[in-house]
Write a protein that binds this ligand. Structure first.
Ligand SMILES: [Cu+2]
Length: 434
């Protein structure tokens, strides 16, 4: 048994037998409705699957007696949000959003928090029922933490569900300062899920040729899932028949209607924890309001590469900016030409009518080609193996895939993910038990 596996089992209180149960059940998926409460295997004991935060990963911890000790550092960082765009963000431990903290209900948890920003900050623990001293309200519950200072938060975790941490300085929130905090329930939820994912919904306003988000802006041209804009988002890999949970967290300026193709889900949790089963509601779109969390669950019984995306039209685009055209095209655009020779907008495009320029509303100010530039190779990764060639030209902004893979295809993708041997792989927990 690997160290990582032991670590996860110890961390989450899981036994090897519980992991083993999830594999067999994928062989006999339910073909009826996908949102029902039935797990694909009701006989197996329920367990808490580790939560996977694609493109972000987890924050490791050490033990001090029976206390789990996490170390979080607020810092300035540069992050590639798309193969052709890197921006300057403020986040935690080199990442925006910061790494996900996973604990169990009943745990004693200490977070040693350091400020490496050039200005004061503090950490708010969103939704925690705890003492005021731990609330992280600068100037109210604690003095603002100056650059170089440290503050220690300590909790007895008695809640369960999807929570998050964030700076309580508004402009810092908009620069990327948030992360997930998962409280696994002492009694695993029924039915249990085979896969459990966390997705942060984020938005930045970054003018062309700039790298610093304008945190005052009210409109956003980069829309991200877990710090990446489509097609740079890493797909959610599930096996046909898996019961899947996806937890959305929104800390931005807009509410995002998150839509899943091909399946009907149930909304099973909020930022306040688990919803009693009798009050779950079915849907294929869930509105995730600002400062809210929503958990959805479904049985992945329909094979295919299914889109999961915000349905606000502007949130399915990258680098929107009036009249600058397809900036995602990358190098080689000469300045000063007309729309064809200068911007390369219309030339060589398939499917555009010869009289297109005589048609009202063509081209639009914020022009979105169909497709945009295909960059399959620039975003190549094991999780994308087997996608239809040219797929990346049709995915932007807050878009990713839930890839519901037949067993043989699933095994092929998982084998490639294992082969990649990535450090701090967000999928490590899944790969350990695959
Ligand atoms: Cu949106």
């Amino acid at each position: 048994m690997s160290t990582r596996r032991s670590f996860l089992q110890k961390a989450l209180g899981l036994s090897a037998g519980m992991f083993a149960g999830s594999r067999a059940q994928a062989e006999s998926p339910s073909r009826t409705g996908s949102h029902g409460s039935r797990s694909s295997d009701q006989r197996a004991p329920a367990f808490n699957a580790p939560v996977i935060t694609p493109d972000v990963g987890d924050l490791p911890f050490t033990m001090d007696g029976s206390t789990k000790v996490f170390r979080l550092t607020a810092e300035v960082l540069r992050q590639q949000i798309h193969p052709m765009k890197s921006i300057d963000l403020w986040g935690y431990n080199g990442s925006a959003p910061g790494p996900t903290i996973q604990v169990n209900q009943g745990d004693r948890v200490r977070v040693i928090f350091e400020n490496h920003l050039p200005e004061p900050t503090s950490m708010h623990w969103h939704g925690f029922e705890d003492t005021i001293a731990n609330d992280g309200m600068p100037g109210i519950s604690q003095p603002p933490l100056k650059p170089g200072e440290r503050f220690v938060y300590e909790f007895d975790i008695h809640q369960e569900g999807t929570y998050f941490y964030h700076s309580h300085m508004a402009m810092q929130e908009m620069a990327g300062m948030l992360g997930g905090f998962i409280m696994h329930p002492k009694e695993p939820y029924h039915p249990h899920c085979d896969k459990d994912f966390l997705i942060h919904l984020q938005e930045y306003a970054v003018l062309p040729s700039n790298t610093v988000p304008n945190t005052m802006n009210m409109e956003f041209n980069w829309l991200l899932l877990n710090g990446k804009a489509g097609p740079a988002t890493t797909p959610l890999i599930v096996r046909l028949g898996d019961r899947v949970r996806i937890r959305f967290v929104n800390l931005g300026m807009d509410h995002h209607p998150m839509h899943l193709h091909g399946h009907t889900f149930c909304v099973t949790g909020t930022e306040g924890g688990r919803i009693p089963e009798g009050a779950w509601w079915p849907g294929n779109t869930v509105l995730v309001g600002v400062a809210q969390a929503r958990a959805i669950e479904f049985v992945a019984n329909n094979p295919g590469d299914w889109m999961l995306h915000c349905h606000l039209p502007h949130h399915m685009m990258n680098q929107m900016s009036s009249n600058v055209g397809p900036m995602t095209r990358g190098v080689g655009m000469p300045a000063g030409g007309d729309m064809n020779t200068g911007m390369g907008m219309l030339q060589g495009m398939d499917g555009i009518a010869s009289d297109a320029n005589d048609v009202p509303n063509f081209p639009q100010d914020a022009y979105m080609e169909g497709p945009m530039m295909t960059i399959d190779q620039a975003v190549e990764r094991p999780e994308n193996f087997g996608l239809k060639a040219g797929w990346s030209g049709f995915m932007q902004g807050m878009m990713t895939f839930v890839r519901v893979l037949e067993p043989s295809q699933y095994d092929a993708v998982i084998a490639r993910m294992k082969q990649a041997k990535r450090t701090n792989d967000p999928y490590a927990a899944l790969l350990e038990r695959a």
